[in-house]
Structure formats: structure tokens, C-alpha cells
Design a protein around this ligand. Structure first.
Ligand SMILES: [Cu+2]
Length: 246
């Protein structure tokens, strides 16, 4: 093991401190910045929150090494004079280079495999008796209809808690993207095509459907309320809605 220079030791110490602080921040982000991430109202959203946390925790040591090194160099080597000659040539350090390459490859390949293993989760229906909701995007609103309940339609989405839902999504004009941040559901809404998304909302509450595809002037206002409620209240609500006119 080569002897470490004082500069290397300083960088290493600050790297360790900032890494510990950064990881502590990730673990306490809900307490420190409540509302930064939406409530996870489905197992899918919880799994996505975990993935986001895992990626951030793994990125913290890498980012801190780069930032601490850059900060150290900026602070210690700053000068107002223009340099008159080149610095001494630096030759490769085999140990540092192979460690850098090895750790980066391990992180990247490991996360790709992890991501690929989780991917089918997004397009697999949750097991159980599906509630089918047809979702139509248009400039600039969402319409929801319930084929299992006489095709009643509504501009707000109401779902019974704990029941698996199949969204069948389409658009009548441009491409939109059906997105419920709190449930971790997002799928493109394409003209003349049906895309599907699946979720099981597990937490009663009020959330928002957004459009996640720039679709024109009022794209940012293309939002609809989502209410997750008890099965009895859902049935009550659905019977109060009007059926679609053909
Ligand atoms: Cu849109």
C-alpha cells in the first residue's frame, strides 16, 4: 500500500464526513423535508421510493469523492496569478485506477441487473379481482369511465382501497402521459392505442392525476383529483354517476 500524502488524507477525512452526513440526510429526508416526495399510496410507489433511496445512498460516496476533491483543489491551489509554466506531469496510479474502474463497474452493472429484475412489476397486474378504469386524455383534461359499472364516466377518479386496478389508457388527440405520482403509476396516453397500467392503492386519501407529457398550452393544468376510499363509499359514488352517452 503506497503512503498517503497529507492532501490525500485531508480529502479522505472530508469524504468520510460528508458521506456519513449525506447518507444520514437520505435516511431522514421525510423528516427534514416533508412533502419533497409524494406519499407512497401503493406497494408499487413504496418499491419505487426504496429504489430511489438505494440509488441515492449508493451515489452519495461517489458524488462526495468528486465534490470534496474539487473543493480541496479549489481551496488549496487557488491563485490570482496566471501560471508561468506547466505543473509536474502526473503518471497513472494503477491501484487508484483499477479501484475506480472496479467500483464503478460493480455499481453500474449491479444497479442495471436490479432495475431489470424489478421492471416487470410495472406491467404486471396486481393479483385479484380487477377494477377496470378506462382513462382518456385530451387537451386538457382526463376522463375516467368504469366498464364494470355501466360505463359511468367522471372527470375525477375514485378508487376503492385495496382493490387491484387495471387502467386502460388512451388519448383522443396528442400524446399525453397518465401519471399518479403518489401511486407510482405512469403510462403514455397515445391516440388510437390502448396502453395499460396496474396498481393496488393501499392508502385512503386524496391524490392527483397529472399529465407527464408536454401536450400543449395548458399541459401544466391537466390535473384531476383521485380519491381512494372504502369499497362501500366507492360503490355509493359510482351509482351516483351518469353513464356515458354512447
Ligand atoms: Cu396532457
Amino acid at each position: 500500500m503506497p503512503r498517503m500524502t497529507p492532501a490525500g488524507r485531508t480529502v479522505l477525512i472530508w469524504w468520510a464526513i460528508t458521506t456519513v452526513l449525506g447518507i444520514a440526510l437520505v435516511f431522514n429526508i421525510h423528516r427534514i423535508l416533508p412533502g419533497l416526495l409524494p406519499t407512497a399510496a401503493s406497494p408499487l410507489a413504496q418499491s419505487q421510493d426504496f429504489t430511489l433511496g438505494l440509488f441515492t445512498v449508493l451515489a452519495v460516496p461517489v458524488a462526495m469523492l468528486v465534490w470534496v476533491t474539487a473543493a480541496y483543489v479549489l481551496i488549496t491551489s487557488r491563485t490570482r496569478e496566471m501560471p508561468t509554466e506547466d505543473g509536474p506531469p502526473i503518471h497513472g496510479n494503477t491501484l487508484v485506477q483499477s479501484a475506480w474502474l472496479g467500483v464503478s463497474s460493480l455499481l453500474c452493472v449491479g444497479l442495471v441487473v436490479y432495475g431489470l429484475a424489478l421492471l416487470p412489476d410495472i406491467y404486471t397486474p396486481r393479483p385479484g379481482n380487477q377494477l377496470v378504469v378506462n382513462v382518456t386524455g385530451q387537451q386538457w383534461q382526463w376522463t375516467f369511465s368504469y366498464p364494470g359499472y355501466g360505463n359511468v364516466t367522471s372527470t375525477s377518479l375514485v378508487l376503492p382501497v385495496g382493490r387491484p386496478v387495471t387502467f386502460r389508457v388512451t388519448s383522443v388527440d396528442v400524446t399525453h402521459s397518465f401519471w399518479i405520482p403518489a401511486m407510482g403509476v405512469k403510462v403514455d396516453a397515445n391516440d388510437h392505442e390502448i396502453t395499460q397500467a396496474f396498481v393496488r392503492p393501499d392508502l385512503k386519501g386524496n391524490y392527483t392525476v397529472r399529465c407527464a407529457e408536454l401536450c400543449g398550452l395548458y399541459h401544466a393544468y391537466m390535473q384531476s383529483p383521485v380519491q381512494v376510499t372504502s369499497a362501500a363509499r366507492f360503490v355509493n359514488w359510482v351509482h351516483q354517476q351518469k353513464p356515458a352517452t354512447a
